[in-house]
Design a protein. Structure first.
Length: 335
C-alpha cells in the first residue's frame, strides 16, 4: 500500500511553485436506460485514469419517488441493473444517500449503504446485479467506481466480494475522513488493493481549510459531491473533479462557505495500456471478444466456467451489445 507521510512538514504549494499538474476534469452527462443521467468523470477525454481508478460515475441525488423510469430497465424505480459481467477490475460501490441491493455470481447478497464499502474483485470473470429495492429510501446519491487490476494478478485473483460496514475514520485538521481503500495519514482501510491506491470520503466544515497529506509518487483526483472548495486557483463545485498530478507531499484545500464533501481518489500512475469496452477490461481486442463470447454463452447455458449466474436475482441477465466494427485498441492512461 501507499506509505503516507505521518508528519507532512513540507507542503509543495502550487501557488508559489510551478509544481505538478492541477487540472479541472470536466464530466459528461451519460444517459443510462431511458432517462437516468450520471456524470462520467473517468474515462475523461484527456485522462482516462487516475492511479488505477479507471471509471468514475457520479449519480444523484435522485428522488426515486418522483420517477417511473430507471437506471437500466424502463418502468422500474431507481437503479435496476440486471446481472452483467466484469473482467480484470474491481468495482467500488459508494453511497452518500440511499440503498442498493447487490447480488453476485460468487453468491454474495449485500445491501450497499452510505459510508460502507462494497468492493467486488472480478478476476477473470464475475457477474453481479444492482437494484433499488421497493423499500429503499427515496433518495439515491452515489458513485460507481472501477479499479483496473494489474496484469500480474488480473486473471489469477479469484472473483470475490468484500463489504466493510465499519471503515477506519479519522479527524484531520477538523475534517472528517473515511478511508475507503489504501492509507490516509497513516490510517489504512482493510479493503483489498492490488496497486498503490487510495480512496477516501472527506467532509470539511464551512470555511475551514485542510492540509491533506499526499504520497508524492501518487496522482490524485478530488471529486466534489456536495458544496465546493478551493484547490489552488480552481474551485470545483458539485459533480466536478480536479486532477492533482504526482509530486506533492500535501495539498491545501479550503472549503467554501457552505462546506464541502468530496471523494479523494488516487494511486500510482497505472502504466499498462487497457482496452475498456462495455463492462470488460482487457489488454487487446481478442480478449474482449473472448470475454463477450463467454458471457453470451453463459447466458445461454445458465452459467459456465468463466461467468456464473447471479442467484436470487429475479429476471434475465443483460446481454452484451454488439462489438464495434473496428478493432479495439489498448489506450494509455493519458493522452
Ligand atoms: Mn457492474
Amino acid at each position: 500500500m501507499s506509505d503516507l507521510e505521518k508528519d507532512p512538514a513540507e507542503v509543495l504549494g502550487f501557488a508559489d511553485c510551478e509544481g505538478p499538474a492541477l487540472e479541472m476534469l470536466e464530466g459528461r452527462e451519460v444517459v443510462l436506460g431511458r432517462s437516468t443521467t450520471v456524470r462520467r468523470l473517468l474515462p475523461n477525454k484527456n485522462r482516462r485514469m487516475v492511479g488505477a481508478w479507471c471509471f468514475v460515475d457520479h449519480y444523484g441525488p435522485d428522488d426515486l419517488t418522483r420517477r417511473v423510469d430507471s437506471y437500466d430497465v424502463p418502468g422500474e424505480r431507481g437503479m435496476q441493473v440486471p446481472p452483467h459481467p466484469h473482467t480484470s477490475l474491481q468495482t467500488v460501490s459508494w453511497l452518500f444517500e440511499g440503498e442498493i441491493e447487490h447480488r453476485d455470481s460468487v453468491g454474495s447478497h449485500a445491501l450497499v449503504r452510505p459510508g460502507e464499502l462494497n468492493i467486488m474483485t472480478a478476476g477473470n470473470g464475475i457477474a453481479h446485479s444492482e437494484v433499488s429495492t421497493p423499500d429503499a429510501p427515496p433518495k439515491l446519491h452515489g458513485a460507481q467506481l472501477w479499479v483496473a487490476l494489474p496484469d500480474a494478478v488480473r486473471t489469477t485473483t479469484p472473483p470475490a466480494f468484500n463489504a466493510y460496514a465499519d471503515l477506519p475514520r479519522l479527524d484531520l485538521d477538523g475534517a472528517q475522513v473515511t478511508v475507503m481503500i489504501g492509507t490516509v495519514a497513516g490510517v489504512t482501510s482493510p479493503a483489498p488493493a492490488y496497486t498503490p491506491l487510495v480512496g477516501a470520503d472527506v467532509t470539511v466544515a464551512p470555511g475551514r481549510s485542510l492540509t491533506l497529506p499526499l504520497t508524492p509518487s501518487n496522482e490524485y483526483a478530488v471529486l466534489v459531491v456536495d458544496g465546493s472548495l478551493a484547490v489552488g486557483d480552481l474551485t470545483p463545485g458539485f459533480g466536478e473533479m480536479v486532477y492533482v498530478g504526482a509530486g506533492r507531499n500535501a495539498i491545501d484545500l479550503v472549503a467554501a462557505e457552505g462546506g464541502v464533501r468530496f471523494l479523494l481518489l488516487g494511486g500510482e500512475p497505472f502504466e499498462e495500456e487497457l482496452v475498456m469496452w462495455w463492462n470488460f477490461i482487457g489488454r487487446n481486442h481478442e480478449e474482449i471478444v473472448a470475454a463477450r463470447d463467454a458471457w453470451q454463452a453463459a447466458i445461454d447455458a445458465a452459467g459456465n466456467d468463466r461467468f456464473g449466474m447471479v442467484p436470487g436475482y429475479d429476471g434475465d441477465p443483460l446481454p452484451a451489445p454488439p462489438l464495434p466494427a473496428t478493432t479495439l485498441r489498448p489506450r494509455p492512461r493519458a493522452r
